[in-house]
Design a protein around this ligand. Structure first.
Ligand SMILES: Cc1cc2nc3c(=O)[nH]c(=O)nc-3n(C[C@H](O)[C@H](O)[C@H](O)COP(=O)(O)OP(=O)(O)OC[C@H]3O[C@@H](n4cnc5c(N)ncnc54)[C@H](O)[C@@H]3O)c2cc1C
Length: 392
């Protein structure tokens, strides 16, 4: 794009993608004094990708240390968002409850809880009775134990995304909607990025952040970078009001199937991975037969009162999965100026606050709040994958 004087459009940093991640990155870059920041989103509104379809859960209960460290920092940012920034954000801190019905799995959950506590998290181990007391009406038959994180909870994805966008604008960042990035441009020798191309013209920038969610691989491929991320569709169903609806908004997970629910409005919101979802596809058609045949029976097994609930809405969104269920974060070896914030594998909403901060620290040469060097893209080529079993 050129202005009236014929000079190219330019920025100090371009952020591609206006989901929770891109909005947080744009704000943190602008607030850190990274210069002129432009966020480009191809849709007509922010947060219409995975962010707009997400369940809004946040938790410290993960099985890898790096995910716990990211969560400890990020959850604190979500919880103090309104107070710190003076902007509204719906946040309920009623905890996450993992129900475990298998002895071998319970050993794993207890080990993870011990690790979480060693890093400063509050996590309780409950027996079946205590789990039922927390969420009355749960079927706890066969439950050998449960872990409960009292500092986990639920927040509004749209509120967080638009909140960070407001803050980004206040700090001078520019947000351009309806602007698709068709390429990340690089120098002739391919050693560093020089900006991006859009249908409206080029924007020169020494720093480009790929925050394009599940579409990040296509963008990265345009500058020769292969991102091992695949789309995994996930169903979400909400119900109308029903007798026996839980009062607390505790997010309950039955770990045998990873079926989960939490109170949402007059009913509950629930979801569960579908076996077929493991095959990568961008298809987001609701499978009513699977909902009726598998999701609802499982829902009634876990919370019998759901038998009487009517369905309100259902939708499908895309998880942006990596092989080890961890994000791909940071700069890329051999291509200066490109930063990745991708592959959050179903927990990118809750990590958006801290990831925005970390990307801004990496770009401005400040020590990152959390050491994320283990999450760099190069770990795949080096075979240094990290395990994460708490994928909901
Ligand atoms: C059903 C479901 C439930 C979930 N539940 C949770 C949860 O409880 N807790 C949690 O933490 N996470 C959850 N997630 C995961 C979470 O939604 C994602 O990890 C997170 O939203 C990723 O944010 P993002 O900004 O990276 O991606 P997105 O929100 O997908 O944003 C990417 C944006 O980039 C734009 N874009 C793509 N390509 C281009 C381009 N070339 N040019 C310009 N713009 C482009 C897209 O239009 C999109 O707006 C859930 C996801 C789903 C699907």
């Amino acid at each position: 794009m050129t202005d009236a004087a014929g000079s190219a459009d330019a920025a100090d940093a371009v952020v591609v993608g206006g989901g929770a991640m891109g909005a947080s990155i744009a704000y943190h870059l602008a607030a850190a004094g990274a210069g002129r920041v432009i966020l480009l989103e191809r849709e007509a509104a922010l947060g219409t990708g995975s962010t707009g379809r997400c369940a809004g859960g946040f938790r410290i209960q993960f099985s890898s240390e790096i995910n716990v460290r990211l969560s400890l920092a990020s959850v604190a940012m979500i919880r103090r968002f309104s107070e710190e920034h003076g902007l509204p954000l719906d946040v309920d801190v009623d905890g996450y409850l993992f129900l475990v019905r298998d002895e071998a799995a319970w050993a794993g959950y207890r080990a993870a809880a011990a690790m979480q506590r060693s890093l400063g998290a509050r996590v309780e181990e409950l027996d079946a009775g205590a789990a039922e007391a927390l969420v009355p009406g749960l079927n706890v038959n066969g439950v050998v134990g449960a872990t409960f994180g009292p500092d986990d909870g639920i927040a509004d994805p749209s509120g967080l995304t638009n909140g960070y966008a407001t803050l980004a604008r206040r700090h001078g960042a520019e947000i351009r909607l309806g602007t698709e990035v068709t390429a990340i441009r690089t120098s002739a020798d391919g050693s560093h990025v020089t900006g991006v191309s859009t249908p409206g013209g080029e924007i020169d920038a020494p720093v480009v952040v790929n925050a394009a969610g599940v579409w990040a691989p296509a963008l990265a491929a345009a500058c020769g970078i292969e991102l091992p991320i695949h789309p995994e569709p996930r169903h979400v169903v909400t119900t109308s009001a029903f007798a026996g609806r839980p009062e607390r908004r505790t997010l309950v997970i039955d770990t045998a199937t990873m079926f989960y629910f939490h109170r949402e409005g007059p009913g509950v919101l629930m979801g569960m991975p579908r076996l077929a979802d493991a095959a990568p596809t961008f298809e987001t058609v609701v499978d009513d037969r699977w909902i009726a045949g598998e999701l609802l029976p499982q829902a009634v097994r876990v919370l019998p009162a759901l038998e009487e609930a009517g369905l309100a809405r259902s939708w499908v969104g895309l998880y942006e999965m990596t092989r080890d269920h961890h994000a791909i974060l940071g700069p890329v070896e051999g291509l200066e100026g490109l930063y990745l914030a991708n592959g959050f594998s179903g927990h990118g909403f809750q990590h958006a606050p801290i990831v925005g901060k970390i990307i801004s620290e990496l770009v401005t040469g400040t020590a990152p709040s959390v050491d994320v060097s283990a999450l760099r893209l190069e770990r795949f080529a080096r075979g240094e994958l990290i395990g994460e079993s708490h994928v909901v």
